[in-house]
Design a protein around this ligand. Structure first.
Ligand SMILES: [Zn+2]
Length: 387
């Protein structure tokens, strides 16, 4: 079997593992060795000098139940351009339709696909350009028994419970849906991911309820009901962070404001997790994909290595799979090779503000589950990795 050597990049180890050098050798789908790797007969060497070698990114907030829900996108259409190997579906499915996400999307996929199960039995069933019906508006759908049973049956792929607490998804039921999701999560010992939009509930009420390890998504959403007020981070958000609540970007169609993100960063409140919230109404803009979202955080001053950690190491840890967010000998190969591309590039937030940057990170190579992923998102044997 051909051994592949990625030669001369800068390996991101996030300070976990000191690396002697800058090569990564991969054979039989696993990371064989790191550091200065000597070439042997039969090896294929790919020059990646000047590039960054990072764990393939983990997008912790996506909607990939394509065909089963109106908001789903196909993961293969964005994987390579966004350097993403791990897609976590955030509540597209509930107990009533999760089996399809598992059987038709996750199991046949060349990517790692996990899910937060929606507390609503039907998942996000009415989300489109012309139809918008919140899945928590009818309290009959908030059936905790079904949710508990489905998570228990699929604990290998379901990593927590999703709730869209907010006026759009829940009408007046936001706090009720959130409390039921917390009850289920508490009984199962899993985290929840909570979406915020317009009150009720207020962002203070959400922050006060979440437990260590729970995630608040759309954390840089524009006002009203944003994490900042009068230009400052709300006290409830600080308290939640000190308690161990994680703050996730979840860009989406309406969930990310440069202004709010700047206010948070000015006070040292960088998001713990960067995610795209790609769905049918955000994948062609303003969110586009995870790497575009990472580039937006970098544009606002987040150090590139920290932004990449928030899109790989941190979300992989949050779903209980730290192995998917690191580069270590012996692990399955999940690697992205990124390079800076210098050209003026406009980045737009959900409020319409545009920042034009003069360089951005682009994906050069993507390896997921030991296979080469093409630009079209197809998995090929690793020796077919493009030079
Ligand atoms: Zn979402």
């Amino acid at each position: 079997m051909t051994r592949i050597i990625l030669r001369g990049g800068r390996v991101l180890s996030f300070g976990d593992t000191p690396l002697a050098g800058s090569d990564v050798a991969i054979s039989a789908g696993r990371i064989d060795s790191l550091g200065h790797v000597a070439e042997q007969a039969g090896d294929r060497v790919i020059d990646v000098a000047g590039a960054i070698i990072t764990p393939a990114l983990t997008d912790i907030h996506t909607h990939v139940y394509w065909g089963g829900t109106s908001l789903g996108v196909r993961p293969e259409t964005v994987a390579h351009r966004s350097a993403t190997g791990v897609f976590v579906d955030a509540g597209s499915a509930g107990a009533g339709n999760y089996e399809g996400l598992r059987a038709f999307i996750a199991e046949p996929s060349p990517f790692h696909i996990f899910a937060y199960l929606n507390i609503s039995y039907a998942g996000i069933f009415g989300f489109g350009k012309d139809v918008m019906v919140g899945e928590c508006c009818d309290a009959r759908l908030l059936d905790t028994k079904s949710c508990l049973a489905a998570v228990r049956s699929h604990r290998d792929r379901i990593v927590g419970v999703k709730v869209r607490a907010g006026h759009m998804a829940a009408g007046e039921n936001g706090a009720l849906a959130l409390d039921l999701a917390l009850d289920v999560a508490e009984e199962l010992g899993v985290p929840i991911m909570c979406h915020v939009d317009l009150a009720p509930p207020t962002i203070d009420e959400v922050c006060d309820r979440l437990r260590p390890g729970d995630i608040i998504t759309h954390c840089c959403r524009p006002a009203p009901n944003s994490a900042t007020h009068d230009g400052h981070v709300r006290e409830a958000a600080w308290k939640a962070r000190r308690r161990g609540v994680r703050f996730d970007v979840g860009h989406g169609r309406g969930g990310f404001s440069f202004k709010v993100c700047r206010e948070m960063l000015d006070e040292g409140f960088a998001p713990d997790l960067i995610s795209s919230d790609i769905h049918a109404l955000s994948v062609d803009g303003p969110a586009h994909d995870l790497l575009t979202t990472v580039n937006k955080l970098i544009a606002l001053g987040v150090a590139p290595d920290e932004a990449l950690a928030a899109a790989s190491r941190n979300p992989a840890g949050a779903i209980g799979r730290p192995d998917l967010g690191r580069i270590r000998a012996g692990d399955e190969a999940n690697i992205a090779v990124l390079r800076w591309k210098s050209e003026p590039w406009p980045l737009q937030d959900a409020a319409g503000e545009i920042i034009t940057v003069d360089r951005r990170l682009v994906c050069e190579h993507l390896i997921v589950r030991g296979q080469a992923i093409t630009a079209a998102g197809e998995a090929r044997p690793l020796h077919e990795l493009a030079s």
